[in-house]
Ligand binder design. Sequence first.
Ligand SMILES: C[S@@+](CC[C@H](N)C(=O)[O-])C[C@H]1O[C@@H](n2cnc3c(N)ncnc32)[C@H](O)[C@@H]1O
Length: 241
Amino acid sequence: MFHKNGPTFFELTHQALVSVERGYDLLAEKFDYTPFRTPDAILDRVFEGEVSAGGVRSAIDLCCGTGAGLERLRALARESIVGVDLSKGMLDRARVASERAPGRASVSLVQGDVLAYDASWGQHELATCFGAFGHILEADEPRFVRAVRDALVVGGRFVFVTADEGPSPRELGFWVTHGFNAVMRVRNALWKPPFVMYYLTFMVPRARALLEHEGFTVRVDRGVFAPPFDRYVRVVATRQR
Ligand SMILES: C[S@@+](CC[C@H](N)C(=O)[O-])C[C@H]1O[C@@H](n2cnc3c(N)ncnc32)[C@H](O)[C@@H]1O
């Protein structure tokens, strides 16, 4: 549908009719040919001026997928990196990608739910989560933020990309995202298991409130990303206690 090696419309529809875990298992092989993988143009800039090569002892990428974030984290961490994801299929791809990536940090991959911190993740100086907030229901966001806090040492940073606000009704994006969310709500009301995937979630005002509530200080960096990604901002949330 997006690329000759990517999934067909039928395959994507099938994926959306199963659970998130099973859906990504089915998509894993072709995921890197979809626009759902975080684009290099964002990954190239997100750590600029914030984390340099070897700048942290260890790092964790939550909802790591096929390893888009882990590939970058490997060079930033001196000792180890950890990827957490629900889908074994995605983790298998992430292992290959991150072990090939530049850097010497050891790589661990954990199959798990980012809504519940597990001691096997360890505690890190840097945490990231890319392209996955849409899979976390608003009601579950406080649990997610607590899991991020527990995955960080005091002073550790959670670096992520979001937007200040959604598109306005004058923009096509407004109708596409709200239309998609409406279809998903109907699908989830009629069909089990649910497939949690909604646009316009964890944007700056709510993310800031939830993070500050859990003892983070929050800095929002605007102007980090070039068009067409210039409506996105980088957020650096630092665990204070
Ligand atoms: C759109 S992909 C993004 C992958 C990668 N971070 C990237 O930017 O390319 C979303 C990933 O989140 C994972 N995921 C969704 N909900 C999750 C949860 N509750 N716990 C762990 N992983 C989850 C999915 O399995 C999938 O691999």
